[in-house]
Write a protein that binds this ligand. Structure first.
Ligand code: ADP
Ligand code: ADP
Ligand code: MG
Length: 471
């Protein structure tokens, strides 16, 4: 069993892990940067330790500094949260070699599944369908063109080490492939320290549906699916569980494929298998596995009643899974609205300031995961996610009504957030009907912006392409 847990992260997820540790009787120690000395996670934790300057490369990504801190604090385990070092096989290995527990899968499983190109191969080996594309990373333009002839255009060029919606480019034809490939490789090298890229057919009409799993190295169970199609620039904005697009037989097939893949690799810990789902044909294709806790895990907790972060700490301590698949059932509907410090009316321009006049929504079925408090000064160095507003109710329709009520209660002065976007989004007829794909939100933003400004409408395809390649 873990006794002293070092949490190497910040913001709402650091606080989420502190809370799980407290409930387990585990001492929580938050490792933070100089810019994060006064976060709510630091205040709520049992202990805190500074690991370096504001710049993430010198603190949250600084493996030697983290290991030093773990030693000095006599931690016996390290929780990486999401982002930062959470999918670094090198970090997981270094933690294990220092004699500590890494709260996540073994380093070799991270290397195998966290690498998007090799995860595709593993999925194929486990009999899980993948998006047609290159079998491995592509080295040369000739090799890429050969794959492209087979797979067809449009194609995506994806960084094997990419994540967070970054490192993906579109190629419409062979000219564009020739132009984009070297740029994609150079960009991947600069952004992720790994220049390998692979190709995938660009499925222009699909939903993003993912399956939450927990494994103990022998056995895995699933916690059903999350629908995450409402995205901007390939980043999730609004998620829900379950998916409005699945019938019961398809849900079973999808979730069972995720368990098969998790068991195929002997997965231990919490993980998510992401798929693209074609609701015309009912086909699904694996795209990647996230070998960590995800931002949107609370919607799954709300509809299944399980605490996933607590479970991952217990599993990391060496316990076997204590539940069977039949113990996990779905109840009601949950939605999560990501509240980012960005101005949705100014093209999501980052918004910074000091929190004041903060009122969180409360009442039945409402959960807020956030590190904000009155007087908190937002540091400019990190991710824009400042809160997650999660709402549960008996049905999808009621959950959306409750989401509106919760958004109306929410007050925050000091900076602008994406809360107003959610308030409008949940009134949209297609959103209410659950009828959308991964391009829906971009299109919707485009048309609401042009309705507001009376601007000439830009053809949608061109805009999406620009938005993607501009990243
Ligand atoms: P989720 O599916 O949990 O939403 P995301 O892919 O959105 O996962 O990533 C969660 C967080 O981690 C985000 O803050 C994102 O910016 C960050 N992130 C994930 N992978 C990477 C990566 N390879 N490089 C940089 N940031 C990443
Ligand atoms: P990341 O590691 O950045 O999360 P993903 O491979 O999960 O990257 O892709 C992010 C998003 O990009 C997906 O949720 C989906 O909306 C879109 N996407 C990824 N692959 C494809 C594809 N082959 N066709 C169409 N859209 C895709
Ligand atoms: Mg993804």
């Amino acid at each position: 069993m873990i006794r002293r847990l070092l949490i190497v992260n910040r913001g709402e997820i650091a606080l989420r892990i502190v809370r799980a540790a407290r409930e387990l009787g585990v001492v929580s120690i938050v490792a933070h940067s100089e810019a994060d000395a006064d976060t709510l996670a630091v205040r709520q934790a049992d202990e805190a330790v500074c690991i370096g300057p504001a710049q993430a490369a010198k603190s949250y990504l600084n493996i030697p500094a983290v290991l030093d801190a773990a030693r000095n604090c006599q931690a016996d385990a390290v929780h990486p949260g999401y982002g930062f070092l959470s999918e670094s096989a090198d970090f997981a290995r270094a933690v294990q070699e220092a004699g500590l527990i890494f709260v996540g899968p073994d380093a070799d499983i991270i290397a195998r599944m966290g690498d998007k190109a090799s995860a595709r191969q593993t999925a194929m080996a486990a009999g899980v369908p993948v998006v047609p594309g290159s079998p491995t990373a592509v080295e040369s333009l000739d090799q890429a063109k050969t794959v492209a002839e087979d797979v067809g255009y449009p194609l995506l060029i994806k960084a094997a080490a990419g994540g967070g919606g970054r490192g993906i480019r579109v190629a419409e034809d062979s000219g564009m492939l020739a132009q984009q490939l070297p740029q994609a490789q150079a960009e991947a090298q600069a952004a992720f320290g790994d220049g390998r890229v692979y190709l995938e057919r660009f499925i222009t009409q699909a939903r993003h549906i993912e399956v939450q799993v927990l494994g103990d190295g022998q056995r895995a169970v699933h916690f059903f699916e999350r629908e995450c199609s409402l995205q901007r620039r390939r980043q999730k904005i609004f998620e829900e569980a379950p998916s409005p697009a699945l019938d019961e037989p398809t849900r079973q097939r999808l979730c069972e494929s995720a368990v098969a893949l998790a068991e195929h690799v002997g997965y231990r810990g919490a993980g998510t298998l992401e798929y693209l789902f074609d609701d015309q044909t009912g086909e699904f294709f694996f795209i990647e596995m996230n070998t960590r806790i995800q931002v949107e895990h609370p919607v799954t907790e709300m509809v299944t009643g399980f605490d996933l972060v607590r479970a991952m700490i217990i599993l990391a301590g060496g316990e076997p899974l204590s539940i069977a698949q039949k113990d996990i059932t779905l109840r009601g509907w949950a939605v999560e609205m990501r509240i980012n410090a960005e101005d949705p009316d100014r093209n999501f321009f980052p918004s910074l300031g000091t929190v004041n006049g903060l009122t969180w929504p409360t009442g039945p079925g409402v959960r807020v995961d956030s590190g904000l408090y009155d007087g908190y000064k937002m540091p400019p160095f990190y991710d824009s996610l400042v809160a997650k507003l999660i709402v549960w109710d008996a049905s999808r329709e009621q959950a959306l009504v409750r989401a509106g009520r919760a958004l109306d209660e929410f007050r925050l002065e000091g900076f602008t957030t994406t809360a107003s976007l959610h308030r409008r989004l949940i009134e949209d007829a297609n959103v209410k009907a659950g009828a959308f794909d991964t391009n829906f939100l971009e299109r919707w933003l485009e048309s609401s912006a042009s309705a507001a400004d009376q601007h000439k409408a830009t053809p949608h395809d061109a805009t999406v392409k620009e938005a993607i390649n501009e990243q």
